[in-house]
Design a protein around this ligand. Structure first.
Ligand code: CTP
Length: 487
């Protein structure tokens, strides 16, 4: 078996510009090759894992293809590894093993044909070439032999290696057939273009434009999965612009396309909020990998179309777009099948607060305004400041300089006030229980009134954020309400 490894790594090293080799996961490939030879399975590594070797990207998903029964091979490999669990998907003819941090999927080579209204194919056994031919892109159709006689040999009938080198996404067969068979591939093409910084070849892109309506048969979960991957790419605007250009964006995310366009009245125009939003997303992508902060950037101005007004002598306004935008988030998350949990609340909070530091930066920054911002943003204050930095997209260098300088002042103040008053994770110094006991009263509206008054007094700087001052304030407020402390 040792010979096999030598051949395999040797052949791969021959592939130009390739530094990394398949033997990053040496042991498992050696074992699969051994089991295949012993049991007469013709076996290949195929798909994304091979593409990623060329791209020098580490991948934990391995697809193994055999000419025959993939499930049988998986079981034999599992036996050899001493694994008890093999996940078998009989309907798809696939089986999956987990080994260390790897997910290895086994499948028999197949030919597929599709019905008009489903992306579930009718499957027949096929040759290696049939199988490569049914795949989405040439860059994903590369296979490397694992058996002794062809170990390490690249099987590349569609010039996928060349396309990787020239950074091109192209379907191996007629794009209309490839996309009609599985319309999710239209989004995958655009996602790969965004993720890998590849170009989509002309007739392939034309195919997407022609087939775009077929996206309707794809589940929302899969669509959103691709949107998330686009958002997580280095320059997400690439993906969103392609989605728009292909006409897919208005089908899968119409709210975003409403941001497009510039209107002029009385010689006054407003900026194109689609272009602005995409710039903000690209900016934030430089400073965070947090998917939800990137979603917040994408949605921060989502209510601008709904709140747009032209006011004489003032120009275009979008008053309240942050409140309205925050209100729109649950419905958008629901329609995109994004989680309706604390992630959604986080995005809502970011959208709601995204103007606050800007407003602060434009005014004289008072301690109490800073305390209120810290109180409202809590632990998310740093993320909010990142979003605000990203939101500066003006082409006017003077304006940009002014904002950045003012944000520095706001940041400095945030630090000072936080050190002094510890508002960020604010816990009221006086609890509801203390109020009940002090005045010997039953729960009722007075408790809420007193608690609010204490909080406001602290945020306004009337009293300091400590027990003693808050206790005295409570006594005074109680007495205004006609309450006496119990003796
Ligand atoms: N594939 C396909 N059509 C699809 C999905 C996948 O032809 N709609 C094929 C491709 O050959 C792909 C392989 O199945 O390389 C494995 O798919 P998957 O693991 O989903 O994608 P990867 O290409 O590995 O990339 P990623 O994990 O980034 O999605």
């Amino acid at each position: 078996m040792k010979d096999n490894i030598v051949i395999l790594s040797y052949n791969l090293k021959q592939l130009s510009y390739l530094n990394m080799n398949i033997f990053d996961n040496n042991k498992i490939f050696k074992l699969i090759a051994e089991v295949s030879d012993e049991n007469n399975f013709e076996t290949y590594v195929i798909g994304g894992y091979v593409r990623d070797i060329f791209l020098e990207r580490k991948s934990k998903d391995i697809d193994i293809l055999t000419i025959g029964n993939g499930i049988d091979l998986a079981k034999k490999v599992a036996d050899k590894l001493g694994l008890k669990k093999v996940a078998v998907f009989k309907n798809f003819g696939t089986a999956q093993l987990k080994y260390k941090d790897l997910e290895i999927e086994f499948v028999g080579a197949r030919k597929e044909s599709y019905r008009k209204n489903s992306r579930k194919p009718m499957v027949e056994n096929g040759t290696l070439e049939d199988d490569q031919n049914r795949r989405d892109f040439t860059i994903n159709a590369l296979a490397i032999g694992l058996n002794k006689e062809n170990a390490g040999q690249l099987v590349d009938p569609f010039k996928g290696e060349e396309d990787i080198k020239s950074k091109i996404i192209r379907t191996p067969s007629d794009p209309l057939v490839t996309f009609s068979d599985d319309p999710l591939r239209m989004l995958r093409a655009i996602r790969f273009a965004s993720q890998l910084k590849f170009k989509i070849e002309g007739s392939t892109f034309k195919g997407i434009c022609e087939m775009k309506e077929r996206i309707s048969i794809i589940s929302q979960e899969r669509i959103t999965d691709e949107l998330n991957k686009i958002l997580l790419s280095e320059k997400p605007s690439t993906g969103f612009k392609l989605l728009d250009k292909a006409g897919l964006l208005e089908l899968i995310f119409p709210q975003l396309t409403l941001l497009k366009g510039v209107e002029t009245k009385e010689g006054i125009w407003h900026k194109d909020n689609f272009i602005h939003t995409l710039k903000v997303v690209d900016n934030i992508a430089k400073t965070t990998d947090n998917l939800w902060l990137r979603w917040a950037a994408l949605l921060h101005d989502i209510a601008k179309p709904a709140t747009k007004k032209f006011i004489k002598n003032q120009g275009w306004t979008f008053h309240g777009h942050e409140f309205f935008g925050a209100k729109m988030i649950p419905a958008i998350f629901k329609s995109l099948k994004l989680p309706l949990n604390e992630k959604m609340k986080y995005v809502q909070k970011m959208v709601l607060l995204h103007l606050r530091p800007i407003v602060l930066a434009e005014e004289i920054v008072t301690d109490s305004a800073i305390r209120r911002l810290l109180f409202d943003a809590g632990n998310e204050i740093d993320d909010l400041m990142k979003l605000c930095d990203a939101d500066i997209t003006s082409k006017n260098p003077e304006k940009v300089k002014k904002y950045l300088t003012n944000f520095q002042i706001v940041r400095q103040k945030l630090k000072e006030v936080e050190e002094k008053d510890a508002i960020r994770n604010w816990q009221p110094p006086i609890s509801g229980d203390i109020i009940l006991q002090t005045f010997n009263i039953k729960p009722g509206k007075e408790v809420g009134i007193i608690k609010n008054a204490i909080r406001e007094a602290i945020l306004d700087g009337l009293i300091n954020n400590n027990y003693e001052e808050a206790f005295n304030f409570m006594l005074n407020k109680g007495s205004e309400l006609g309450l006496q402390p119990k003796r």
